[in-house]
Design a protein. Structure first.
Length: 402
């Protein structure tokens, strides 16, 4: 691909980490506005992977790494879920030898390699003047690195966990909560028919927003979040009481994948293979909770066991089309990013603060973890949200204060 610039410059867009509904609307909003302002727009495929696998050779076929975006392309996908640019969990500063592209193996032969020099060279070769990564704290933390290296970066937060620091809202969160509520209500029919406990495991490695908000909306009786070590006996006691008071004789608990009960030293993993950001794949705490509830229920149900329906909602809450919020917010985020480019600004995280669209220094992404404020929003004895004192709180209520 030739290194050609338009009159106003070239903008690069990529999506990294897990897919969520709302990514394609963000890409569309950015592209349409940028083109109309006179910019060229390049879509970088597979997140940061596209920028390490690119070959700086005009004769090379880089169609798997870069695509020039047009209104016709983005309009067709702008209302759909997922990301048509594709995504990955690539971290260019920590690339295992097995993942180093073949054309770079002669230069990078360590067990773990920092390919940032290649990323910088590729951005320069492509003529990218502004880079807009859309992702969670992992993806955006590398954006912070590039900003320090002199790249003009504007970051857009997305993650269904809603745990990117510096913003009240991340793209994908509303659809995740909406789907969780819908699926939980759908599964009630089976739980009620069999008079069982219903245990639903949801995403949430460090932050419990995706369990807490649906519970607050009435989807579940109790919820378990990563920020609080819970007492499994107390959970069984509460759920048994909930079941007894329900005419249909069932009760529901939402379990964050990163939750732990007292006595557990670590989270529950599907396997111990780590991605480039050092994360192991979570999954299985719902199985453990279900087994313990079945075992302990005899103690709280007059000697009779209560059976359990156990379900991981998993990718069902992150697939499909975006809801209204995740169609509107990406539009606003994309246009705000373009406003900043036109104003000559960079090094910013596009965000929502106190219910208003805003932007903050991009470094906030790597400054802390965004977690549920347990003292404010979680009743640790009742294992459910605190429902009082919502006056002047943000729309989603339990977002962190910045």
């Amino acid at each position: 691909m030739a290194n050609l610039k338009t009159k106003r410059g070239t903008i690069g867009i990529l999506t990294g980490g897990g897919d969520v509904p709302g990514l394609n609307p963000a890409i569309r909003a950015l592209t349409v506005r940028a083109l109309r302002e006179g910019y060229r727009v390049l879509g970088i495929r597979r997140g940061w992977a596209g920028l390490i696998e690119l070959q700086r050779d005009a004769a090379a076929d880089n169609s798997e790494n870069i695509i020039e975006l047009t209104e016709n392309i983005v309009n067709k996908v702008g209302r759909t879920g997922g990301t048509f640019l594709h995504t990955s969990r690539t971290r260019p500063s920590h690339v295992p030898k097995a993942n180093v592209p073949e054309h770079l193996l002669a230069s990078y032969g360590a067990e773990v390699n920092d390919l940032t020099p290649e990323v910088l060279a590729n951005l320069n070769w492509l003529g990218i003047d502004h880079l807009i990564p859309i992702g969670g704290d992992d993806t955006l933390s590398y954006g912070v690195r590039l900003q320090k290296e002199g790249v003009r970066v504007l970051a857009i937060p997305k993650t269904m966990d809603n745990d990117v620091p510096g913003t009240d809202y991340c793209i994908g969160f509303s659809t995740c909560v909406t789907r969780t509520i819908e699926l939980t209500h759908a599964l009630r029919t089976s739980a009620g028919s069999h008079e069982r406990f219903l245990v639903l495991e949801v995403f949430g490695r460090y932050a419990g927003y995706t369990a807490l908000l649906p519970t607050m909306a009435g989807a579940a009786n109790r919820c378990l979040i990563p920020e609080h070590l819970f007492d499994i006996e107390r959970l069984c006691e509460l759920m048994t009481a909930d079941r007894f008071s329900n005419p249909s004789k069932y009760s529901v608990v939402l379990v964050s994948e990163g939750a732990r009960f007292e006595g557990m030293e670590d989270m529950t993993y599907q396997d111990h293979e780590q991605d480039m950001f050092g994360h192991k794949k979570l999954g299985g705490i719902g199985d453990l909770v279900s087994a313990k509830l079945k075992e302990l229920s005899v103690k709280y149900n007059q000697g009779r066991r209560i059976n359990v329906i156990n379900q991981r909602l998993g990718y069902m809450v992150r697939c499909g089309d975006p809801d209204a919020t995740d169609s509107i917010v990406p539009m606003a985020f994309g246009n705000l990013a373009m406003d900043l480019i036109l104003d000559g600004s960079d090094g910013r995280l596009i965000c929502v603060r106190n219910g208003r669209y805003d932007h903050v220094p991009i470094g906030v992404v790597a400054s802390s973890k965004k977690l549920v404020d347990v003292a404010k929003f979680y009743h640790t004895d009742r294992l459910r949200p605190v429902y009082e004192r919502v006056e002047a709180k943000p729309l989603m209520i339990m977002t962190s204060d910045y």
